[in-house]
Design a protein around this ligand. Sequence first.
Ligand code: FES
Length: 61
Amino acid sequence: MYVCLCNALTDEDVCRARAAGACRPAEILAACNCRAQCGTCARTLRDIARAHAHELADAAD
Ligand code: FES
């Protein structure tokens, strides 16, 4: 699923960036060699990063 239309970034791209240590939207975009343009995706990037962090925490338990 595309989460950032400006950069053609998918949820899988975001999860890979999160797994590599990116937490904030700007960090996620940078990890994907992208940059913020319209900013519409920021909330979605945060939500996906947060959900991915919970999945990692659950997997570690
Ligand atoms: S949708 Fe991500 S910067 Fe525009």
